[in-house]
Each structure stands twice: as C-alpha cells, then as structure tokens.
Write a protein that binds this ligand. Structure first.
Ligand code: NAP
Length: 308
C-alpha cells in the first residue's frame, strides 16, 4: 500500500482548497469525505460574499467547481469515514470504514455541524417539521408558517430565503438585537413576511404527526406564549467536528482545534483548516485561505522532515 503525502479529512471549502494546492504541488493527495463533497457551503442557496462573483453564486455550484478543479490537478477523493488517526513512527495510519490509509501528513478540515437547541420536541419532530437546513427543506413549506430560531447570519439569511415559500416567518431571538451583519438585518426588517420575537426562547416544540406549535418564553418576564407554526428551522450556531483528533492535538475550551497562522496544530504533521479551527471569521473565503496555507505547510513539513 502506497503512503500518501497528504490526506485531507473533510470535503468542504477548506478541504477542497487544500486539495487543489496539494495536488497542484504534485503531492500524492487523498481527500476523505463521508458524505458528498461540499460541506455546509453546499447547503447554502446563494453565497453573496465570495469574491469574484458579482451576482453571487449558488453554494452547490461553487462547491462542485472547487471539486472539479481539485480533481483536474489529480486529487483523489474517497467516500469513507475516518475513524481514527494513529501516529506510527514518523507517519500516520488512518483507520477508515473502508480500510487503513498511510500518510505523511494529515489536514483536518472536518468543519462544524449545526448546534442543537436541546428543547422538548426537537428530536421527536426532526424531519417532521424541525430542520437545520432551509435550502434542503424550505420548499416543503409553501404557503405555510415557519419559525426560525437564532439571530446570527445563518438564521437571518435562511429566514429571508424561507420567505420565498412560507406565508409568514417568525424569527425567534433570545436578545433584543441581532448578531447578523447589518445588510442582512436591514433586508429582514424590510421584509413584510418576517415577524421578530425579541427576548424570546423556544421552550417546547409540539404537534401530532408534524409540528403544529412552539411554546415561547419571554426571558425578561418569564411569560410563555404559543405560536402556531408548521416548521421550525434551528440556527443557533455550530459545533466543531473535532472528535477524531481530540486526543492528538490541542483543542480550546469549545473543542475548536488550536493552530498557528500556518495551520500547524500542536502535533507535527497534523494541520487543521476551516471552521473546525479556532478563529474569528468562519466564511468560505477564510476556509479556502486556511486550506491553501495548510497544504503549503504540509509540503514544507514533508520537505524538511521526511525527505529520504
Ligand atoms: P452564530 O453567529 O454563532 O449565531 C448563533 C445565533 O444563535 C446567535 O444569534 C445566538 O444568540 C443564537 N443562539 C445560540 N445559542 C442559542 C440558544 N441555546 N438558544 C437560542 N439562541 C441561541 O452562528 P451562525 O449564524 O450559524 O453563523 C456561524 C458562522 O458562520 C458565523 O461566523 C457567521 O458569520 C458565518 N456565516 C456567515 C454567513 C455570511 O456571511 N453570509 C452566512 C452564514 C453564516 P446571541 O446573538 O444572543 O449569542
């Protein structure tokens, strides 16, 4: 079995950009992705702030182009789940659900997953009105009433998207002020279909075969109120997918991987890129930058430490 120069785990923007740079540098590179390449960016209807596309570009299209570009330079893509990484002498053995892979370096680009709200009814109605992806499920709510929970970029962007289908979109936010960028805030405030519920949290999601209502609590007064809705879209942030390397590299208190500016983790030979990393701006544009840097750092590492 050949040893790879670089194995990238995760096929979102960070992983694919690392794939483009590593393959183009003629490193023997494999990208492992347990689902479809594209990451969370592929479930965004339109990406407006990725430079180079004056009118914006669809998330799925941008990600398909990145994958095609990486494959053009010779990136191998394997559909498999990485289960463990073990340092073996100077290299690494990655155990997957489809056999073992040996590599000189690893780039962790596993991204982040939507955070759960952890309220009654959330699990029970997941897929029956509760969703974490408006792009995937929005069309099921034509002329229906939906709630969006959260006040960040994702919540407001997806609330706006849902107004294309739903007759009314209730945005439920725990504070009196949104976290989302101003341009999104303004669009949402000017949209007649969006109704804001400030200082409110969801206490319970209820229904019969599908969602029928949410119970809201005003965090200032403790008063509760019921809202009839057919769907609940939850956007209360993300959590890093860092379990795979939790015992190998240093994580911060919220489990994000700590790297230096060259994407080195605390363990030589393992690099991290994109949303899984401790950083202040989680965007496609910063993920691809991380990926490029990680690939170049991996190349340098091999050059300096593993050349025969
Ligand atoms: P986020 O920025 O962390 O926002 C999470 C929102 O959920 C916040 O408004 C937070 O309230 C609220 N929240 C958190 N826990 C909650 C709970 N238990 N109950 C009720 N509300 C809760 O997450 P995000 O919107 O998913 O964005 C993640 C990252 O991706 C951000 O860096 C964002 O800028 C980026 N992003 C960018 C774009 C874009 O540029 N177009 C689009 C999507 C995402 P508080 O405000 O009170 O903390």
């Amino acid at each position: 079995m050949d040893t790879y120069d670089v194995v990238i785990i995760g096929g979102g923007p960070a992983g694919l950009a690392a794939g483009i740079y590593a393959s183009r540098a003629a490193l023997k590179t494999l990208l492992l992705e347990k689902g479809m390449p594209g990451g969370l960016a592929a479930s965004t209807e339109i990406i407006e702030n990725y430079p180079g596309f004056a009118e914006g570009i669809g998330g799925p299209e941008l990600m398909m182009q990145m994958e095609a570009q990486a494959r053009r330079f010779g990136l191998e893509v394997k559909s498999a789940n990485a289960e463990s990484i073990k340092p073996v002498e100077k290299i690494f053995a990655i155990q997957t659900d489809d056999g073992e892979i040996k590599t000189k370096t690893v780039i962790i680009a596993t991204g982040a997953q939507p955070q759960k709200l952890k309220v009654e009814g959330e699990e029970e109605f997941h897929g029956r009105g509760v969703s974490y992806c408006a792009t995937c499920d929005g069309a099921f709510f034509k002329d229906k009433i939906v709630a969006v929970v959260g006040g960040g970029d994702s919540a407001i962007e997806e609330a706006l998207y849902l107004t294309k289908f739903a007759s009314q979109v209730h945005v439920i936010h725990r504070r009196g002020e949104l976290r989302a960028t101003k341009i999104l805030q303004q669009r949402a405030m000017n949209n007649e279909k969006i109704i804001f519920h400030w200082h409110s949290v969801v206490e319970k999601i209820a229904g019969q075969s599908t969602v029928q209502e949410v119970t809201l609590k005003d965090v200032r007064t403790g008063e509760t109120d019921k809202l009839n809705v057919n769907g609940v879209f939850i956007y209360v942030g993300t959590r890093p997918v860092s379990e795979l390397v939790g015992n190998l590299v240093q994580l911060n208190e919220r489990n994000y991987i700590i790297t230096d500016e060259n994407m080195h983790t605390s363990r030589p030979g393992i690099f991290a890129a994109g949303d899984v990393r401790q950083k202040t701006l989680r965007q496609v544009v910063t993920a691809v930058a991380d990926g490029a840097i990680a690939a170049v750092s991996a190349e340098k590492y091999i050059e300096e430490n593993l050349k025969p």
